[in-house]
Write a protein that binds this ligand. Sequence first.
Ligand SMILES: Cc1cc2nc3c(=O)[nH]c(=O)nc-3n(C[C@H](O)[C@H](O)[C@H](O)COP(=O)(O)OP(=O)(O)OC[C@H]3O[C@@H](n4cnc5c(N)ncnc54)[C@H](O)[C@@H]3O)c2cc1C
Length: 369
Amino acid sequence: MGKALRELYDLVVVGGGPAGAVAALRAARQKAAVLVVEKEKFPRADRHVDWLGPAGTALCKECGIGVKKAGAAAFKGVRLHSWDLKRNTFVDDPELRGWLVERSVFDAALLKQATTAGANALHGVAVRDLNLAEDRVVLHLSNGREVAGRVMLIADGVDSPTGQMANLASAAWMRDVPQCLFVQYETKESATRMDVAVGASRTGQLATIVRSGKIVNLTIIMRSATIPIEQQFSAFCNSALKDGVLPEGIPAEPRRRLSPGGIALDMDTHVGKRCLLIGNAGGFVAAFSNEGIYPAMRSGWIAADAALQALQADVLQDELASFGVAWRRELADYLRMPNTDLSLLVPLIFNNEQMSRRVARAFLLGQPF
Ligand SMILES: Cc1cc2nc3c(=O)[nH]c(=O)nc-3n(C[C@H](O)[C@H](O)[C@H](O)COP(=O)(O)OP(=O)(O)OC[C@H]3O[C@@H](n4cnc5c(N)ncnc54)[C@H](O)[C@@H]3O)c2cc1C
């Protein structure tokens, strides 16, 4: 923490991931008094590698972050596979570009950008409880202190304990939130590439393999689980190892998470008393690709604008509600599952260049099929 704490901030942001950091940056640039409360000490110990597409790269630029400087590796094009890995096709065009980012470094760089713009940040401090008063939100912190903001942005991830404290149902409370299993490991050969396997069944299987240097990251997501995801995961790994799509060295035990693809669209509201839900907490994740970094950042950006407008308004709460309209206008199409029957489409991908390009663009650019 750089500066002494104020008694009252314009904005307190809970969570310093991509959603919280960008919200804080956007608000600080407009001279608001902003405090971020982040329970971890950055950079985090977990060195997870994720992909960032063109929209995220462009937004990073607007935030003043050079992703390359933040340790990212560039990838070009995507290799699409059938779920049984028997067919594949490489799709490339000048727009299908992105970066493989190490999240601990990337998230720390984003939050640093926010503090450089004037936001204050508490690291290694969690919100334990809060009080929604008439003129402010008072947060009780794990270090025994209290801080207050006129508006609170809740960016503490999919389970969002802070959302619960504020009487707001977060993404994790919705029905049918997709499950994801993932592993990250080191292998001997270096590579920079992205492979995506798309299932053609109604269970909505998707596997993303990201390779950056010697790091390999496999994530499998299912929208509904008639066959348990663990079973699907091990069957997929076995064939991927056999076919060489995954290099040797995969650990036996994957980790499990919720991945709230498209869930923002199903939520009644992201607006509570003096607070807004953003990022994963608000289900801002693209439904087809499960890309979450860019939607989290963009939701933070839009929420910061809505909150600052609300602070100028006669009736703060009415203006805060404008967040619902604003994010739907800018993000809803990006988050929505393309309105296409994958069981009809997927078999065509491998014989039809136009079709494979449409699927790759839907994945990486959030475009409709
Ligand atoms: C396995 C997996 C792979 C993924 N791969 C990709 C990918 O390749 N590309 C992509 O774009 N997206 C990917 N995603 C999605 C992406 O990681 C998320 O959508 C994104 O991190 C959401 O950002 P956020 O800021 O909303 O939340 P988070 O990144 O979860 O940040 C929340 C922050 O809040 C803090 N916090 C939590 N509780 C408290 C508290 N009580 N007080 C204070 N702070 C608190 C946490 O420490 C954390 O720093 C992946 C997700 C998973 C699960």
